[in-house]
Design a binder for this molecule. Structure first.
Ligand code: NI
Length: 251
């Protein structure tokens, strides 16, 4: 149910009975010496597609760049400024709202996006009070963190985590790259930090993680838990006020 693979009459037909759109959002940034640069958008995208398929909900093209300033001292990372990200989210949501979508569920893969997404939501809702917007960051859902504790204990870390590395290996087994055992440094620091300071404090890019504990099998379990938890959140979101019923084209 990807919007990119529909034609406009098919989207118009969808909008005759439904008003909800899933929007995957992530980042393009380093994930340690063996994690994929696309981790955050690839995982969000796969979750959104899987959930969209199960629930019969259209999925928008992935927003693959996010607010990743702190990773810019590592090659392959690219970042949107918070104000750009807010404007991109606003323009995308209000465009789809003009078509008739009125319920937007963001599936997020990157912590650095959260404050900008929330700022964008507040901004959009000021001018478009009948829209409903919700954010779910997959790795923060308690169902996922509980399982990560079982798999990785205290060594999951905060960036290039065992969990996110495992999920990418489940999705892209051909990209699995082993790493020697060892927990990356995770010094106490103010936050956020700039790119150079980040690289000084976290020299190989990881924050406190030990992805030698990752495996595709664990990733499969975590992906499935995240998928089910998202289905639950989306059902609740849509049941709140008869939400998934079209209420006129935009505002
Ligand atoms: Ni990540």
């Amino acid at each position: 149910m990807q919007i990119a693979h529909q034609n406009w009459p098919a989207v118009e037909q969808y909008l005759n009975s439904r008003s909800v759109l899933l929007i995957p959002i992530g980042s393009t940034e380093q994930h340690g010496p063996n994690g994929l640069i696309g981790t955050d958008h690839l995982v969000a995208e796969s979750l959104a597609r899987s959930v969209g398929e199960e629930m019969g909900i259209l999925v928008a093209p992935t927003l693959a760049y996010g607010m990743s300033h702190h990773h810019l001292a590592f090659p392959g990372s690219a970042s949107l400024s918070p104000e750009t990200l807010i404007r991109v989210i606003r323009d995308v949501v209000t465009s789809f709202a003009r078509n008739g979508f009125s319920r937007f569920f963001f599936i997020n893969g990157h912590g650095g996006n959260v404050s900008s997404i929330q700022a964008a939501f507040s901004d959009i809702l000021l001018d478009h009070p009948s829209l409903r917007l919700q954010l779910a960051s997959w790795w923060l859902m308690p169902e996922v963190t509980d399982q990560e504790k079982i798999f990785f204990g205290t060594e999951n870390g905060h960036h290039a985590t065992c969990g996110e590395v495992a999920v990418t290996w489940h999705l892209y087994p051909e990209d699995e790259t082993p790493i020697p055992p060892g927990v990356a440094p995770d010094p106490e620091t103010e936050w956020p930090v700039g790119p150079e300071r980040y690289r000084t404090l976290f020299p190989d890019g990881r924050m406190g993680s030990n992805p030698s504990l990752s495996s595709g099998e664990k990733g499969k379990v975590l992906f499935e838990i995240a998928r089910k938890a998202l289905v639950d959140r989306i059902r609740k979101f849509l049941s709140r006020d008869g939400a998934d019923v079209r209420k006129g084209a935009g505002e």
